[in-house]
Design a protein around this ligand. Structure first.
Ligand code: FES
Ligand code: FES
Length: 222
């Protein structure tokens, strides 16, 4: 209502107008940018759905969102499991298969406690989806020894007292074992490089270096 004495707009009417004029003007450009964001969001959703279908090494089969049947080769054994498509390898190993030798230190690729071998490569199993290792050969710390005979690196870790709490040890052993198998002539610098992504909160690095070089020399002599 206008002020009946002055004929000017009432305080409420002025407030309403001020609120409206306080809003930023909507230009054609900002409108299109906003519309663009919505379109991008929709595209991401579409791409996500398509990726779910197209995952699985480009085979184009439908995957998820429910559990998926997967066959894996773990330590030379064929394992058939049902997993959610978002399951990481370390989650499957520890929670699904009870293989708790592989540790989780950070669960975000920063400590290497979860290191396993996938074919010939060392990988952080917390950063690896189960779906991505189908058809590959997975080796965990449980598969390193041959029966009662420890891998040379495992044996050397014991002999050189290369662990304290042991939490980082399975991951360290997997990386060091990969190194000496690929290069028995490795140098101290090679060992440093091989475990550069591993964190040992107990500070056992000097003994890990000694153990790995000792294992390498043993492998050269075989
Ligand atoms: S637990 Fe995988 S890198 Fe730390
Ligand atoms: S031995 Fe304890 S973290 Fe490495």
């Amino acid at each position: 209502m206008s002020d009946p004495t002055s004929g000017l707009p009432s305080a409420d009417q002025r407030l309403d107008r001020e609120d409206i004029t306080a809003l930023p003007p909507v230009s054609r450009r900002s409108f299109l940018q906003g519309a663009g964001v919505s379109a991008i969001g929709a595209s991401i959703l579409e791409v996500g759905e398509a990726a779910t279908r197209e995952l699985a090494n480009g085979r184009g089969e439908a995957i998820g969102p429910g559990a998926v049947a997967v066959t894996l080769d773990i330590n030379g054994e064929r394992r058939e499991v049902q997993v959610d498509p978002a399951t990481t390898l370390v989650e499957l190993l520890r929670d699904g298969l009870g293989m708790t030798g592989t540790k989780i230190g950070c669960d975000r690729g920063a400590c290497s406690a979860c290191t396993v071998w996938v074919d010939e490569e060392v990988v952080a199993s917390c950063m690896t989806l189960v779906l991505d290792v189908r058809g590959k050969k997975i080796t965990t710390i449980e598969g390193l020894a041959k029966g009662e005979t420890l891998h040379p690196v495992q044996q050397a870790f014991v002999e050189h007292d290369a662990l304290q709490c042991g939490f980082c040890t399975p991951g360290m052993v997997m990386s060091c074992a990969r190194l000496v198998e690929q290069n028995p002539n490795c140098s101290l610098e090679d060992v440093r490089q091989a475990i550069s992504g591993h964190l040992c909160r107990c500070g056992t690095y000097p003994n890990i270096f000694k153990a790995t070089l000792s294992a390498a020399s043993r492998m050269r002599d075989v």
